[in-house]
Design a protein around this ligand. Structure first.
Ligand code: NAP
Length: 251
């Protein structure tokens, strides 16, 4: 993708990977619109950064995306990059007596339908631009699941498959479709403890590696895989799937 002079919309831009990507692209001379539900964070992130704009988006509120999309059409018709990054993660215990599908439904709503709806909302604008890119954040748990996060992992496997079809269908338009598949990264995705978990990749290191791969266009199959992603990505191909699954899901 073009690395500078873009107008970029980031979902899930109030914290973690989305916020860090928004700031990295802003630092490289892009206009960046960050979105999320937490208005106080939108205000904090954009303060003192001209060209970084905050707009409210709640993917669980059916009125919110049409509102954002109308405002984007009016204010930023030149939008040429969409980063569909918003996501939630919840553990689920299907062996528990009281298990129901409510967490699964919330994950499907945000992680799957949220990405599809945001793509549908902004595709018409992207199609008009000569250098358009869609980036969506899946996970390296798309390739080997952690069984205590069943719907989360499955939502990312869905995205991995869906993005291949989207990429193929858009090949003649052309809109570049990239997939970010982060490893375990220090953010608050599963709660505050994750942000300081020594087993997780530091956020700044993850973003620096991603920006370098994008800059150098080192993303075969349009998957932006950092070094830490690669073992899990290729576990099945390399005959390590059962061992990898067992290591991630001890008895
Ligand atoms: N960190 C990791 O280890 C890891 C690994 C692989 C993949 N990922 C993926 O990376 C993406 C970003 O996660 P993160 O780790 O950076 O965690 P995070 O800091 O919790 O970021 C999640 C973002 O999504 C937004 N969001 C959640 N629900 C939303 C909704 N209903 N409507 C609009 N925005 C919503 C949040 O904003 P508001 O709360 O302000 O709405 C927040 O900005 C996710 O898709 C996640 O699955 C993360």
């Amino acid at each position: 993708m073009k690395m500078t002079g873009n107008t970029i919309l980031v979902t899930g831009g109030t914290s973690g990977i989305g916020r860090a990507l928004a700031e990295a692209f802003h630092d490289r001379g892009n206009r960046v619109i960050v979105t999320g539900r937490r208005q106080a964070l939108l205000d904090q992130i954009t303060a003192g950064r001209p060209g970084l704009i905050g707009m409210s988006l709640d993917l669980d509120d059916p009125a919110s995306l049409p509102r954002l999309s109308a405002e984007m059409r009016a204010r930023f018709p030149e939008l040429n990059v969409l980063i569909a990054n918003a996501g939630i993660s919840r553990a689920e215990d299907m062996s528990a007596a009281g298990w129901d599908a409510s967490d699964a439904e919330a994950i499907v709503e945000t992680n799957i339908l949220g990405v599809l709806r945001v793509t549908a909302a902004f595709l018409p604008a992207l199609k008009k631009q000569p250098n358009a890119t869609i980036i969506a954040t899946s996970s390296n748990l798309a390739f080997v699941p952690r069984a205590d996060f069943p719907t989360y992992c499955a939502s990312k496997a869905f995205l991995h498959s869906w993005l291949q079809s989207l990429r193929h269908q858009l090949r003649r338009i052309p809109i570049e479709v990239l997939e970010l598949t982060p490893p375990y990264v220090q953010t608050e995705l599963t709660g505050a403890a994750q942000a300081s978990d020594a087993r997780a990749m530091p956020l700044a290191a993850y973003i620096a590696e991603v920006m370098q791969l994008l800059e150098l266009r080192v993303h075969p199959r349009d998957e932006v895989l950092v070094e830490r992603d690669r073992a899990r990505r290729w576990a099945e191909r390399d005959g390590r799937y059962e061992a990898t699954f067992a290591a991630m899901n001890p008895n």
